[in-house]
Write a protein that binds this ligand. Structure first.
Ligand code: PLP
Length: 388
């Protein structure tokens, strides 16, 4: 008998990420334009790296605060004051080893084995996988897709709620669809959660990538003190820090000891010198983030305009996040298509099969890149599509 078969069934059941599969297939190919994963093309800006290197050189290499260093929790509080017009004391903030770990910790805090969490699909695959690994059940409710636009149907969420439902996971703006909840949507979802006494797990990591100007509507705009909402967030996308693995949680202060314990028994805290980099990102990074958003907006227009002009792609420009989610005429198997596209055009896309129910016929392209490069990718993709 293989030693693997005696591993935990939950670990064995964890699926291979359909995005990573594609990346592993064609990583490093010459001339590749990698639009498959959700990251930009710039390395972390120097002022952020410098702050981390200075802290490292100064010997900040010891065990640190589980909840995050006080300067970083303060910088997060100031950031929310600047960009979300809300004053939240530092006790609301917890530093985690990535947005992914923030999700894991929130799931551990909320669910017991057998509990259910409803989420909207198509969705970033790690959410359902994190739930299942924790022994909880993920129940998908499909967003509606019509005329290139995605929308939420509240009735469908309510129908999915059972006595075992512990909460609703809402990622807005959404990866991969770009669906962005309106303030009305958020108010309605919150009312539903209150009615059924459910938690909301709010993943607003793309809140700043909102192309109508300002930031996307947030549960912070509609909630009251005492509402059961945990926010997960990340330094990855705004500040070009995907490789750092630093994120944060915003949660009711009463959860402080529980969150501290869960952090202690996983990473025991994020390296202090990296937290110093994160402080610099928040305190000095507003111009960098604004430039990143402007770049994403230009590249979104270039990519979507070109693809829509083929008349063979059903999509609209997304309201938020950093992805075009494309339904291409003639594509019935998006995994096969993604492999063929990278072979024939050198453009790396993520197959919609990776994003769960409702995503199967789509391909995802991340446009947080230099507009000139995105224009080249768009041209290659259009040539491919017009030959299908
Ligand atoms: C919706 C969503 N949530 C969370 C994350 C986690 O980001 P990270 O683990 O890089 O902080 C991602 C990354 O792609 C994402 O798309």
């Amino acid at each position: 008998m293989s030693i693997v078969s005696s591993l935990s069934p939950r670990a064995l059941a964890a699926p291979e990420s359909g995005i990573v599969e594609l990346v592993n297939y064609a990583r490093g190919r010459e001339g590749l334009l990698p639009l498959w994963v959700g990251e930009g093309d710039l390395p972390t800006p120097e002022f952020i790296s410098r702050a981390a290197m200075d802290a490292l050189a100064a010997g900040e290499t010891f065990y640190t605060w589980q909840r995050g260093i006080p300067e970083l929790r303060q910088a997060l509080s100031d950031y929310y004051n600047r960009h979300f017009e809300i004053r939240l004391p530092v006790e609301h903030f917890y530093v985690t080893g990535s947005g992914m770990q923030a999700i894991q910790i929130a799931v551990q805090a909320l669910t017991s084995p057998g509990d259910e969490l409803v989420y909207l699909s198509p969705s970033w695959p790690n959410i359902a996988a994190a739930l299942e690994i924790a022994g909880a059940r993920s129940l998908s409710v499909e967003l509606q897709f019509e005329g290139g636009k995605w929308a939420v149907d509240l009735g469908r969420i309510e129908t999915a709620i059972t006595p075992k439902t512990k909460g609703i996971f809402i990622n807005t703006p959404s990866n991969p669809t770009g669906w962005t909840a309106t303030k009305q949507d958020l108010g309605d979802i919150l009312a539903l959660a209150r009615k059924h006494d459910l938690w909301i797990l709010a993943d607003e990591i793309y809140a700043r990538y909102y192309f109508a100007g300002g930031r996307a509507p947030s549960f912070l705009d509609v909630m009251d003190e005492g509402d059961k909402i945990i926010f997960v967030n990340s330094f990855s996308k705004n500040w070009s820090m995907t490789g750092w693995r630093v994120g944060w949680i915003v949660a009711p202060p009463e959860m402080g000891q529980v969150l501290e314990n869960l952090i202690q028994y996983s990473t025991s805290g994020v390296a202090q010198f990296m937290q110093k980099g994160a402080v610099a990102a928040l305190d000095q990074g507003d111009d960098f983030v604004a430039a990143n958003i402007a770049k994403a907006a230009r590249s979104r227009d270039i990519l979507c305009d070109a693809l829509i002009a083929t008349n063979r792609v059903e999509t609209l420009k997304p309201d938020g996040a950093i992805y075009a989610f494309l339904k291409i005429d003639g594509v019935a198997d998006s995994r096969k298509a993604a492999l063929d596209i990278v072979d024939k055009t050198g453009v790396g896309l993520a197959p919609g099969t990776a994003f769960g129910p409702g995503g199967e016929l789509f391909l995802r392209a991340c446009f947080l890149r230099d507009p000139t490069q995105v224009a080249v990718a768009a041209e290659r993709l259009c040539n491919y599509i017009l030959k299908l």
